[in-house]
Design a protein around this ligand. Structure first.
Ligand code: SF4
Length: 735
């Protein structure tokens, strides 16, 4: 049934933009098309910038993920879909997250948004709610947009080919793509959004995920199956750049660098991001047993080499969008599922990516079949592999420490390394089974409370003391689960996670390789500068619709001759050619960073408006900084003693191991606090993490509505301080 439909005249792309916003209100339901104001374009550029603006304008401090007014915003950017350059299939999904209660965004590749842009839209904003299961169809060939009943059955990854066949009509399957979320997204708070497209080479559908923060959960909370786009307009030169030759040249140079460097460096072209498994394991950075350890000898069994030789099909280029020769979108063509509702079915598996594989090692599982099975089912159920995996490993450790029992877990024994129980748990979580699986589906922050409630009753201990114990190894900040790197040996990466506005996700600041492996950030000042510069430049990729990997993971050989090789500035020059060649401008790197900083500041202001965004929200768990328990310390005793003695100058003579562990923890905490002070200053915040008036003015946020947000945040901080002082005085009086 058709619930709403509009005919429209397709806006033609000009210099990367259509300047049109597609608005879907599911409550009415209604479809409207609006022109995007010039001011919005110059202030927020596209992608994450547009998502921030749409979410800021459409929501308020009381908005929660399932509020009707919550906006699920999708946007590419001016370079999204440019086939002459590298890494241009990306777009952003942004919304108020169920996990963090504030803005969260996630970037994702594939063909969906390039087709949406060709269809005439720079952004989509979905609001409202419905109790029907609906889908939106953007049919650019017929120039019609409609809201209709969702496809029959549970179509996500399974059933995707049939759906595309049904919609392609006389056109090509590769010109139909959709975003959707399945049953797991409905039953948890960490549901991802699948971006599904037809890969003509592999002759099957592939899927990429906007994984973080529950964007898929928001989609299903709105009662929506997804959005399908069909567009058979030719993609070549469709962005209509001002100077196509300039872009072509720059793209050509970057492809040459990739061809030269990648085979000798990360081998992303052959191994995808699984190449990181060896690199992380060799440097004590691979999460093992809920981030307790950074390596394991069994990791050899799941190395990038094994994936390259035995798992991934290698005889075809694997770019997630035309133009990218880094081609890291690897996959296994033939895997027979062993568990769950699709047991016995032969499927093609996309990935696994490094992050997904590392959730397995984090459960003590070093088994490729598990990684493939977990990866496929998470995509099918539409679960963020990271949040699901980290919440599971947190529960496993709580079980090991007897804070959780078989009675709590409905009879499941949670033992490290047991793939069978992990998959059984995954299926129960996705199905929303009552009790423990349902609680686990709400993420680590919620699980802490759930476990503390039960353990306090059972053990006769105070709930507060159990919460404190759990918080030391509960790997979340701001409500979002840590992505898959051991941070405790890299102060810069601790800051990269702690200060990230949406929570500990590496896409804002991935400094671990620069700091820990390459030792390119030796001083506090270096780290602070990196924690200012990298989040801004990485944000820029997200506002313009580009993949970061060709810049961050493929270092241009000429970069070594520059003052700060990690910035990879010779490659940044190619990006500047893309910018100016598309837009017909003369922008510099400083201009791009300023655009990013404006978007970054709007995100900070949303956090503050929602009641977060001050210093306590940037705190990270103890395990992110130091070993928590004695066995973790003993596993690298010599290394830690050297850290304390030589590097920190702490006297260790006669100190027991237990005392050394405490000294190490205190030292690492003090380093993080010191870093916080320096970075806040660099970012233009006061010591509470609130932007200063000067900073707001410089970025054009000194308008009354923004100043009011900041004023309220300062008031909250003062009230908190007064309450703490009052409590301290009362304690003194009692004593
Ligand atoms: S590097 Fe990989 S993820 Fe990025 S655009 Fe290319 S194929 Fe896609």
């Amino acid at each position: 049934m058709k619930y709403a439909a509009v005919s429209y005249r397709r806006a033609v792309l000009e210099k990367g933009y259509t300047d049109r916003l597609l608005k879907i209100d599911l409550s009415t339901p209604a479809i409207t098309i609006e022109e995007i104001p010039e001011q919005t374009k110059s202030d927020y550029v596209g992608g994450r910038g547009y998502c921030l603006k749409l979410v800021y304008d459409g929501t308020n401090a009381a908005t929660r993920y399932d509020s009707p007014e919550n906006v699920l915003a999708l946007s590419g950017g001016p370079f999204c879909g440019e086939t002459s350059f590298v890494g241009t299939g990306k777009f952003i999904a942004g919304t108020i997250s169920p996990l963090t209660n504030t803005f969260c965004d996630s970037n994702v590749g594939g063909h969906f948004f390039p087709l949406v842009k060709l269809s005439g839209f720079d952004a989509i904003a979905v609001t409202g709610k419905t109790d029907k299961k609906l889908m939106v169809v953007i049919d650019a060939d017929a120039q019609e947009i409609s809201i209709i009943d969702a496809p029959d059955g549970d179509v996500t990854i399974h059933g995707a080919e049939g759906l595309i066949e049904q919609w392609k009509g006389d056109g090509k399957a590769a010109n139909v793509a959709f975003v959707t979320a399945g049953i797991g997204a409905h039953n948890t708070w960490f549901g991802c959004l699948n971006s599904v497209y037809y890969d003509s080479r592999r002759k099957r559908c592939r899927s990429k995920q906007a994984g973080r923060g529950g964007t898929g959960t928001v989609l299903t909370a709105k009662g929506m199956w997804g959005i399908l786009v069909k567009c058979n307009i030719s993609r070549g030169h469709a962005n209509h750049p001002a100077d196509h030759e300039k872009i072509y040249e720059a793209g050509h140079k970057l492809r040459d660098i990739i061809r030269e460097v990648d085979p000798q460096a990360m081998r992303l072209n052959n191994q995808g991001t699984t190449s990181l498994i060896d690199m992380m394991n060799d440097n004590e950075l691979l999460p093992v047993r809920n981030f307790q350890f950074g390596s394991n000898e069994r990791a050899k069994a799941v190395s990038g080499n094994v994936f390259e030789k035995e798992v991934f099909t290698q005889n075809m280029p694997d770019g997630c969008y035309p133009g990218c020769n880094l081609s890291c979108t690897k996959g296994c063509e033939s895997y027979v599922l062993k568990t769950g509702p699709f047991a016995g079915t032969q499927v093609g598996v996309d990935g696994p990516e490094y992050e997904t594989a590392a959730t397995a090692t984090n459960l003590g599982i070093f088994d490729i079949d598990y990684m493939l099975e977990y990866s496929w089912y998470c995509d099918q159920y539409s679960l963020d592999t990271i949040s699901a995996g980290v919440t599971m490993s947190f529960a496993y450790e709580a079980f090991e420490r007897m804070l959780l029992t078989e009675k709590d877990t409905n009879g499941l024994k949670l033992c490290w390394g047991d793939a069978r129980s992990a998959l059984e748990l995954l299926h129960r979580v996705a199905a929303g089974a009552p009790g423990f699986p349902k609680a686990l589906g709400y993420g680590v922050r919620y699980m802490k409370q759930w476990i503390a409630d039960r353990a306090a009753l059972r053990l006769g201990r105070s709930r507060e003391s159990i919460l404190q114990e759990l918080s030391q190894f509960a790997m979340e900040t701001k409500g979002l689960e840590f992505s898959m790197y051991i941070t405790r040996e890299s102060l810069a990466q601790q800051g990269g996670y702690g200060f990230a506005l949406k929570g500990p996700q590496h896409d804002e600041s991935w400094l671990i390789a620069i700091d820990q492996l390459r030792k390119e950030l030796p001083t506090f000042e270096d780290k602070a500068e990196a924690l200012m510069w990298f989040p801004l430049f990485r944000t820029w990729f997200n506002i313009v619709g580009l993949c970061k990997l060709p810049w961050i993971d493929v270092r241009n050989p000429k970069a070594k001759d520059t003052p700060f090789p990690a910035k990879n500035l010779p490659t940044v020059d190619y990006y500047l050619d893309l910018v100016n060649g598309t837009l017909g401008t003369e922008k510099t790197l400083d201009d791009l960073l300023l655009e990013s900083e404006r978007c970054y500041m709007l995100q900070k202001l949303i956090n503050l408006r929602q009641g977060f965004g001050t210093r306590p929200d940037d705190a990270i768990p103890l395990r992110a900084m130091a070993p928590v328990f004695i066995h973790e310390y003993l596993s690298r005793k010599n290394y830690y003693d050297t850290c304390l003695g030589d590097a920190a100058g702490v006297a260790l003579d006669g100190a027991t191991n237990e005392k050394r562990l405490v000294l190490l923890q205190e030292y690492r905490k003090s380093q993080y606090e010191k870093l916080t002070e320096v970075v806040y200053q660099e970012k233009g915040y006061d010591r509470h993490g609130i932007p200063t008036d000067e900073k707001l003015k410089r970025l054009g946020f000194d308008k009354p509505e923004f100043m009011e947000i900041v004023r309220a945040a300062r008031k909250r901080v003062n009230e908190r301080a007064a309450a703490a002082e009052h409590a301290a005085q009362e304690t003194c009086a009692v004593n």
